[in-house]
Design a protein around this ligand. Sequence first.
Ligand SMILES: *Cc1c(COP(=O)(O)O)cnc(C)c1O
Length: 663
Amino acid sequence: MNGFVVVGTDTDAGKTAFSLLFLSAFCDQSVRQARFLEDSEQACPFDYWKPVETGDPDSLRVRRLVPTATVHEPLARFVEPVAPALAAKREGRVMPGVAEILAAIPHTEKPLLIETFGGPLSPLTEDVLQIELIRAFGLPVVLVASSAVGAVGRVLSALRAMSGVDASAVVLLGERDEFAETQISKHTGLRVVSWRLPDGEWNTSSLRESASTFSGDPSEVTNPTCPRWGHRLTNLVQRDRAALWHPYTSLCDPVDPLPVVSAEREFLHLADGRTLIDAISSWWTILHGHRHPPLVDALTQAAHTLDHVLFAGVTHPPAVELAERMLASVPWQGRAYSESSRNRASLSNGRVFFSDNGSTAVEVALKMAYQFWCHRGEPSRTLFVGFENGYHGDTFGAMAVGRDPLFFGTFEPLLFRALQIPVSADQLDDTLKKHAGHVAAVILEPLVQGAGGMRMHSPRELRDLFDVAKRHGVLFIADEVMTGCRTGCIWAHSHAGIAPDLICTAKTIAGGMMPISATIAAPEIVAAFNTPDRTKTFFHGHSFTANPLACAVGVANWKLLAAPEWQANADRIEAFWRTHLEPLSHQPGVKDVRICGTIAAVELDVAGGYLADVGQRIRQRSIEAGVLLRPLGSVVYAMPPLCTSDVSLHRIVDAIKSATQTT
Ligand SMILES: *Cc1c(COP(=O)(O)O)cnc(C)c1O
């Protein structure tokens, strides 16, 4: 789609007046010839569309006064001249949402002039403001304002409200005010032009006359003054290939990286105009949806307040609030205050240790676990037990406990000793017996082993593994970096009713918008470090520990987690998988279908493991179908953001189904 969006600073700013003048300027032969256009093409080069109309229909006015323009029918028209959401309610109808409006964009060869209603922050539906729609169009915006007193303030406020939108020009309607023009252009860097409105009656000839009073070239208002990336997109992929090194990607990969320029909800927009459904939540991070408005607002607000500050000897409100909210969700919160624990009552809540990625959250847990034993006088507990197909990150400690011969084999000589056993309570029991007194901790991804192929075990099995660890007096680390918020609960381990000693979390803490992670330590762990002996300090920290921006977005996310909507969405997605994907398990070529919360995995019946090129083929095929999937070897999985619509879920299922036929 091509064109631009006309937005008013407020109701009655003159959006339709602008549209009429603009279309006349372009469509009217005499104006075109007199002013700037040599060619004598008959048809109007722009089409007009106002998706939602209330009160007197503007589209009819445009049709009457600029007969050469093609005017497309609105998607919704309401009688009362009030906010569309209200008008719809009074008429007992439903106001279409952003997705429906986008789906209704007229198909036309010509660029579209899309006229909005009210101002950028006018309510679109009962839950969404019009700015969401304006953003979703992804087109340059022309901001229209009345030149009457107060124009500068009205224009600047409206532009603030539209941060992130590509404004191409500001048009002042009415008597020309050169002071306002200069002020606006000085504070925004935008092109500002003025247009006088027809005196008296509006008809084709008075419009024609006013159209010629434009203080500039009308064609200029539709071209962004500073295309944010547009002019730099050329050769993006070639330049990437000369400058960058991507994770988990061979430098000789024949497949080019996807040039993503923007994202919203479950969608990724590419430089070449394609849109993909992000079926894997951008490596399991994006929780509610891309650019989820409450998170964007929190980040914007935080950016105006506190950017970053060191966290040693310093604290700040977002870190404290986020930690409190996280602690309220863990199993040992509010542990009964008893006489025997009186002297450590202040420790009864455990503590949150922030870092900035999942691997580091794991490193912190491993270091805390070992140091805990040192403080307890058992420094010989140097062994960790992990599980086959476990994955805990790419740093050295994380590699040691998640040993994978393909990924980490090269580093084997450098990795500390750790054991890898099948996910089995009996095997764990044998191992802990055999190494009695030497094991510091067991580390497991509860319910779903993610990178190892979305392998799942039941809450019952998880409970048994936990019980065995506890019976042997060994610490239990729950690596919830992937499972956090994905299994229908905040924590996967809570399905099993267990209380791990250390919980690692990262990807979704800030809704996937900011890099932040945390290691949450149980009261017993904290108690062992609660000593004035400074040699027993936990000497660990990162430059960006508890970054205030990330914490602020984290707080906004945890507020959302405290409301019921997110779980309703998780249930909806799980039910969708059960209805539409589970039946695939009986299909030839399919070895297994696994579902847990919003995670669904289909294991294909092929040989070859992770490097099997079937994964690469499926990835390419699904991208062509508009869905981003990234199979783990022969395991095709989906883990979409919570906002993903049923329409998109169907498309993901279709892509997975066609993958089962790719083998
Ligand atoms: C992704 C992941 C990690 C590593 O997190 P990074 O932020 O990529 O370092 C650790 N553990 C699990 C279970 C993961 O899924």
